[in-house]
Design a protein around this ligand. Sequence first.
Ligand code: MG
Length: 254
Amino acid sequence: MKDAVVIHSREEILGIKKAGQAAGFVREELKNLVRSGMSTKEIDEIARALIESTGGKSAFFGYRGFPGQICISLNDEVVHGIGRNDVIVKSGDVVSLDVGVLLDGYVGDTAESIIAGVEKEEAAFLLKKTREALFAGINAALKGNFVRDISQAVQKIAEANHLGIVREYVGHGCGKRLHEPPEVPNYKTSNRGPKLQNGMVLAIEPMLNLGTHAVKTDIDGWTVRTLDAKLSAHFEHMVLINEDNPEILTWAKK
Ligand code: MG
């Protein structure tokens, strides 16, 4: 079971591409809209409207009972933050936006961290390196490689920059369901994982911290934050394993 994979048909891949582009569109629109002074609930409401404008619906809402449309995680929050009326974005905040769109039976899943208002140097560094780690992982998503090659590529960037790698949450196969096999850890494990084959779609998503890798979950049962309260960032794209280079499916729709 550990090496299980999902190979998608040509028809499924077309559907997954549409869902991926829809999620990418919502992510890009939100990046331009989010600013200091907004509540995270407002951001979630805007996300709902944007997702609906694609013809899809949130792939996260109701998933294991998740109450938000998207995940909005600020500063030391790593993932799974819920939009709230009493949480206001401040200038300099790291805002991690994780968007899942369900469109015609297919799922697009993508995330990006941005800085609201005035950038602080250490936050900008963390975002730059987490993005770099994502693309290192994507570049290793080559047919014939193993999942562990992706993990190792992400880990290399994180460790070279002394960033903590969140271990409890990992990337995953994605397409007809939000989470499909295999898991895609952001660190090397003893299992090399399955071999990458044409038709596999993976959500690669490093979650890197300025301090410790250790995290805890809030009393709300969802919000995951760093144990030392230092900043965390999250970047995610879905990629299709191809004959040659991996294809990113969550670019914004033009
Ligand atoms: Mg994901």
